[in-house]
Design a protein around this ligand. Structure first.
Ligand SMILES: NC(=O)c1ccc[n+]([C@@H]2O[C@H](COP(=O)([O-])OP(=O)(O)OC[C@H]3O[C@@H](n4cnc5c(N)ncnc54)[C@H](O)[C@@H]3O)[C@@H](O)[C@H]2O)c1
Length: 379
């Protein structure tokens, strides 16, 4: 067994939403060990959390720049190899850029940056660096999403003509209707979240899922946002019409004010031969629909699944695996890439996915701002 990969963590403190997902996921396949971190900008909270989860405190740093400086002084065989960036969005770009420039591999939360321009700069930096870079579009790690991708690639749907991806949450309802509250969360602050809340936070996942599963690219789009209040600068709901090529059309429905919805990501892909339906809240069922045959349900772990899907399950069929396992699958792909081992295409979302995501977010904002007009994405 190869030695564990030395993982650094930025953000993801005890007060965070996503930290626990990355920590657990990084441990699931026994590939990583957290050796250094800035979990929190407050040093006391940072140290307290490191003690709580048993990370050695000698490599808990006051801030990101100190972390890079001090790690570079260590011999390469002790130094952090890959850093997970789990901070609010505006810190992703400066952190990722500096890490790449200094030879670290990077696992970056989405949206990869806050602007398309930054994303392209980061891509150029990464091309020079030659290290591994992953963007954690977590849902691509689910075995049945991977199965859908592989079956579509093999022609299971025939020509695709309609896609419908929906990502509905309701949690901003508890914040948005109170003037004070809505000016206090970072996801509604353009300085910290970037130019979009709903599209930037969750619409981008739905967009990524469409391109990941179909292998097609969105070419043009038209967006209609809802901000709910005049003083709210960020979209909290949006519907996007998309065109992916000749006669391939669809929509992305995304909302943070869909009352009562929790993490309602769902994707429907309709083709000439059949359709696929997958829902994040029931991730172990992939439905194949047909006009002429009974509906079929594909489930994880069965030998009929593709290699990419099967490598994402650890237990025999009937032992439900979930979001921790999906993220663990992304970490597994990154570990293989860092170790120079063979890995499957689609095992982790790449820099290219990150760049496409920012292109999408900016295009939707532009379309909405111009009065809901069709806008082209770059090829
Ligand atoms: N992949 C997914 O499905 C998914 C889900 C949720 C969030 N996210 C992304 O993860 C990121 C974090 O989201 P969250 O909901 O966990 O946010 P959060 O506000 O809950 O946590 C942010 C964490 O970053 C820390 N932090 C802030 N500034 C820092 C700094 N300068 N140095 C080090 N740490 C710092 C905070 O102390 C906190 O621990 C966002 O970019 C978000 O879009 C992704």
């Amino acid at each position: 067994m190869a030695k564990k990969i030395r993982l650094g963590v930025l953000g993801g403190g005890g007060d965070s939403l996503i930290g626990v997902l990355h920590r657990v996921a990084s441990h699931i396949n026994d590939n990583y060990q957290i050796v250094g971190a800035v979990f929190n900008p407050d040093f006391e909270a940072n140290m307290a959390f490191a003690k709580e989860i048993d990370v050695p405190t000698n490599r808990i740093y006051t801030d990101f720049d100190t972390m890079v400086e001090e790690e570079l002084k260590l011999p390469e065989e002790e130094r952090i190899q890959v850093c997970a960036i789990l901070t609010p969005n505006f810190l992703h770009f400066p952190m990722a850029k500096k890490l790449l420039e200094n030879g670290f591999h990077v696992i970056c939360e989405k949206p990869m940056t806050t602007t398309y321009e930054e994303a392209k700069i980061l891509q150029a930096t990464w091309e020079r660096a030659g290290t591994v870079f992953a963007v954690t579009h977590t849902y691509t790690g689910y075995p049945m999403v991977r199965q859908m991708r592989e079956m579509i690639k093999a022609g299971a749907l025939g020509k695709i003509h309609k896609v419908d991806a929906c990502y509905y949450q309701g949690w901003i309802n508890t914040i948005i209707h109170d003037k004070e509250k809505r000016s206090s969360v970072w996801r509604l602050d353009p300085k910290k979240a970037g130019i979009s809340s709903c599209m930037g936070d969750i619409g981008v996942h739905a967009f990524n899922m469409i391109e990941y599963t179909t292998g097609l690219q969105v070419k043009t789009l038209l967006a209609d946002f809802n901000y709910l209040y005049e003083d709210n600068k960020m979209d909290v709901d949006g519907t996007v019409l998309i065109r992916m090529g000749d006669h391939v059309k669809g929509l992305i429905r995304s909302s943070q004010v869909a009352t009562g919805e929790e993490n309602g990501l769902a994707i429907n892909i309709y083709g000439e031969k059949a359709a696929f339906r997958w829902e994040q809240e029931r991730p172990n069922f992939l439905y194949r629909l047909s006009d002429t045959e009974p509906a079929q349900v594909y489930k994880p772990g069965h030998a009929y699944n593709s290699k990419l899907s099967l490598e994402g399950t650890k237990l025999p069929p009937g032992h439900p695996e979930g979001i921790f396992d999906a993220m663990a699958n992304i970490y597994l792909g990154v570990a293989r890439a860092i170790r120079g081992e063979n890995y499957n295409d689609g095992e982790f979302p790449t820099m290219q996915d990150g760049v496409r995501g920012l292109n999408f977010i900016e295009a939707t904002v532009e379309s909405n701002k111009q009065g809901n007009v069709w806008v082209s994405m770059d090829a």
